[in-house]
Each structure stands twice: as structure tokens, then as C-alpha cells.
Write a protein that binds this ligand. Structure first.
Ligand SMILES: CC(C)CCC[C@@H](C)[C@H]1CC[C@H]2[C@@H]3CC=C4C[C@@H](O)CC[C@]4(C)[C@H]3CC[C@]12C
Length: 184
């Protein structure tokens, strides 16, 4: 990934710097110092990104007929497919644009286990209480946010999570699918 690439190239430039002869001009050592500063800044920035796990999650659209998904974030999810550790909580954030007006919206979650969708009851199904300013208006961007615990009684399996947000017409403002792995 870009993080390790940067670390490697920074280490390389440090090595070259060490090989520079004693006659090397002040100019070259100034350049080396600058490189070092740029490298340090780059590594710091990428580490911050990795720490906040702000990288978007790869998802499949399963029929967002009344909206368009811009981005899906899961926190924390340092590598994909996201590993969901039992006893920990995870936050999903779906940014989408609605193409319709809707007074209400409702979240519906399924776990697709070995190809079979199993309904999953979530404590808060009201989208208007999950980060969305209702009523939903057309051509506006919204962020749906929900946090869920991974209970110890869940099986340690790989599955696909299917998350939908339905509007007043029971059509999907968004429908996304992403793989996860539940781990002990
Ligand atoms: C990415 C984050 C926000 C998702 C958090 C929700 C997780 C914990 C939910 C979403 C779908 C859920 C799964 C839905 C269906 C099943 C099948 C059932 O027989 C055992 C539990 C299991 C396997 C659930 C485990 C928990 C689950 C994976």
C-alpha cells in the first residue's frame, strides 16, 4: 500500500544521503534535510489516516433506486474485508444523495450467510434518528450513521452484510453490500 511505499522510499533516500561523499555541497545536504522533513510529514499524515481508519470501504450497490451512494465508511476497519471483533462496537457511515422527497426512512439489515439473506433486527431502524435530517429532500446529500455491538454469541463466520434505507414508497434510498468477518 501507499503507506509502506512511502516508508520504503524514505528509507532509501536516507540511505543515499548516507553515501554522499564528504565533498557534497551544502546544497545537497539542504535538499536531504528537506526530503527528510517531507518524508516525516508524509508518514505522519498516512499514520493519522490509518489510525482514524478513514479509508472508504469497498461495497456493492444492491439497488439504490431512489438515491446514489457516494461513500461507505466503517470504523474501525484497518483492512478489508472488515474484521468485526466480538465485544467491540462498529460504526457504519453511508453518504448518499437522495433523488426523491420522503417524510420518513427506515433501515433494514440482512446478513447473507452462505448466500441466504437472514433478517437482522437493529435497535434503531428510524433513519431520521440516525443522522438524517428528515424530511429527506431530492438532490440533497445525507449521512446515515449507526453503531452496533458485535455480541459474543454471534458465530465467528464470514458473511455479507446488506444494508438498506427505504423511503415512504418502500424503495431504497440506498442498498449496499459489503463482506465482513466476525472474529473472536
Ligand atoms: C459494519 C458494522 C457497522 C456492522 C455491525 C453489524 C453486524 C454486527 C451484524 C450485521 C448483520 C449481522 C448478522 C446477520 C445474520 C446472522 C445470522 C444468524 O444466524 C447469526 C448472526 C448473524 C451472523 C448476524 C451477526 C451480526 C451481524 C454481522
Amino acid at each position: 500500500n501507499s503507506h509502506s511505499d512511502l516508508v520504503t522510499s524514505c528509507a532509501n533516500s536516507g540511505l543515499k544521503e548516507g553515501l554522499v561523499s564528504k565533498q557534497a555541497s551544502k546544497q545537497a545536504s539542504k535538499q536531504a534535510n528537506l526530503n527528510e522533513i517531507i518524508c516525516t510529514l508524509g508518514v505522519l499524515l498516512l499514520s493519522l489516516l490509518a489510525y482514524t481508519n478513514a479509508e472508504p470501504v469497498k461495497f456493492a450497490d444492491c439497488g439504490s433506486t431512489d438515491g446514489k451512494v457516494a461513500e461507505v465508511d466503517i470504523q474501525p476497519c484497518p483492512s478489508q474485508p472488515c474484521q468485526l471483533h466480538k465485544g467491540e462496537s462498529y460504526t457504519v457511515n453511508v453518504t448518499f444523495t437522495s433523488s426523491v422527497a420522503s417524510q420518513n426512512c427506515t433501515a433494514v439489515v440482512h446478513g447473507v450467510v452462505e448466500g441466504v439473506p437472514v433478517p437482522f433486527p437493529i435497535p434503531q431502524t428510524d433513519g431520521c434518528k440516525s443522522g438524517i435530517q428528515c424530511p429527506v429532500e431530492p438532490q440533497k446529500s445525507y449521512s446515515y450513521v449507526n453503531q452496533l455491538p458485535v455480541k459474543t454469541e454471534y458465530p465467528a463466520i464470514k458473511l455479507v452484510v446488506e444494508w438498506e434505507l427505504t423511503d415512504d414508497f418502500s424503495k431504497d434510498l440506498f442498498c449496499i453490500k459489503f463482506p465482513v468477518q466476525i472474529v473472536n
